[in-house]
Design a protein around this ligand. Structure first.
Ligand code: FAD
Length: 346
């Protein structure tokens, strides 16, 4: 392998980091392989436990790993991807700390940039809701819950107290369900143990799901069981319903119900970043990158895509794999093996 090959990984989440780890092992001590990774944050975030940060059960440092610690044989750039020129094999990045722009060239590109929160162009919901995607989001939710508890403990106006103690989560995928489970526990335990003046009867927890059952990633059986479990824990699981509007103190549902609440958490879907959806290649309806069976873009055999930003079809069902950490990890092994075979011919 005499010629230097440059591998560039975009995204330091489940997909990108697991590709990095595997190819570093495969190309261990191989001087002609140059690996680089670019990501907005300089840490890997274990998102499935982000809801536990929002409930204060764990600390952000419990679920973050510095990416540099994982770079055994790779260069890390903390930066935002500003553009990609797939023809010229160039990625432009903007440095996080001073906004300086530079271009990185590559021979092989791995796109694992995840997804963004989808507000479906609803500005009111965007303005009045919390989201759960980053460490900062989880801390903001935690602060809000404590603020609501302290406020409710000091008001004798029962209607206002109920409004302060009503928490509505929209979205019944992993992010929404796990967050509801965590905040339900935090609020109920806090009221029982530390805020007796609030009264448990004033707590209201709502989980709004657009489908017939929650956790569609897991299928109807497990989804229905999870719904039963949450109901038993005191959560009002509202299925087949969407939130269509929101204000400072309410969430409006499409079944006509208006929920008075001071805390709305939006976890109702993901959207692909325009940097990806505007690339000149094949996309799914959502803007995800369409890849073939080797997880390469059909137009560029040196470019792989995986994780939430890729449209990958299960050959036995014909259905797209859902955007989960588990799927990203599985796909990372496929990408790393295929990349290794392409470069070495083995
Ligand atoms: C709260 C929550 C709970 C979840 N729970 C579960 C669960 O229990 N089980 C499960 O399987 N899945 C769960 N998921 C889903 C899971 O997190 C995602 O499916 C998974 O992270 C997707 O991996 P990925 O590598 O595609 O994207 P990500 O892990 O999101 O990684 C994308 C990376 O790209 C970086 N990036 C994005 N855009 C740019 C840019 N323009 N420039 C530079 N860097 C950029 C990001 O900072 C990030 O590091 C959960 C998600 C959330 C939010």
């Amino acid at each position: 392998m005499p010629q230097i090959k440059k591998i560039l990984i975009l995204g330091g989440g489940f997909g990108g980091i697991n590709v990095l780890k595997t190819i570093q092992n495969k190309f261990k001590n191989e001087p002609n392989i140059r690996i680089s990774i670019v990501s907005k944050d300089n840490y890997f975030l274990y998102t499935p436990m982000l809801p536990q940060v929002s409930s204060g059960l764990i600390h952000p440092s419990d679920i973050t790993i510095p990416i540099r610690k994982l770079c055994k044989q790779a260069e890390f750039y903390q930066a935002s991807i500003s553009s990609m020129d797939l023809e010229q094999k160039l990625v432009t990045i903007t440095r996080t700390f001073d906004g300086k722009v530079r271009a990185l060239d590559y021979d092989y590109l791995i796109i694992a940039l995840g997804s963004n929160t989808n507000f479906f162009d609803n500005k009111n919901i965007e303005e009045h809701s919390f989201v759960i995607k980053t460490v900062e989001d989880a801390i903001a939710i935690h602060d809000q819950i404590i603020h609501m508890l302290e406020s409710a403990a000091q008001t004798s106006d029962v209607d206002f107290k109920k409004k302060l103690m009503t928490f509505t989560v929209v979205g019944s995928g992993f992010a929404g369900v796990e967050t509801m489970g965590e905040i339900n526990y935090l609020v109920r335990e806090s009221v029982k143990n530390f805020y007796p003046s609030i009264g448990e009867e004033n707590i209201s927890m709502n989980l709004v799901a657009s489908e017939e059952f929650i956790l569609p990633e897991l299928g109807p059986k497990l989804g229905k069981d999870a719904g039963k479990y949450l109901r038993k824990a005191g959560v009002n699981v509202i299925t087949n319903t969407k939130a269509v509007d929101a204000g400072e103190d309410f969430a409006q549902l499409d079944n006509g119900e208006k929920i008075p609440c001071m805390t709305l958490i939006w976890a109702a879907g993901v959207v692909i970043d325009p940097i990806i959806s505007s690339l000149k290649c094949k996309h799914g309806k959502s803007g995800k990158l369409k890849v073939g069976k080797y997880l390469r873009l059909t137009e560029y055999e040196n470019i792989f895509a995986l994780g939430d930003c890729a449209l990958i079809t299960n050959p036995s069902t014909g259905e797209a794999y859902p955007p989960t950490a588990q799927n990203s990890i599985h796909q990372s092994a496929t990408v790393a093996n295929n990349l290794y075979s392409m470069i070495t011919g083995k």
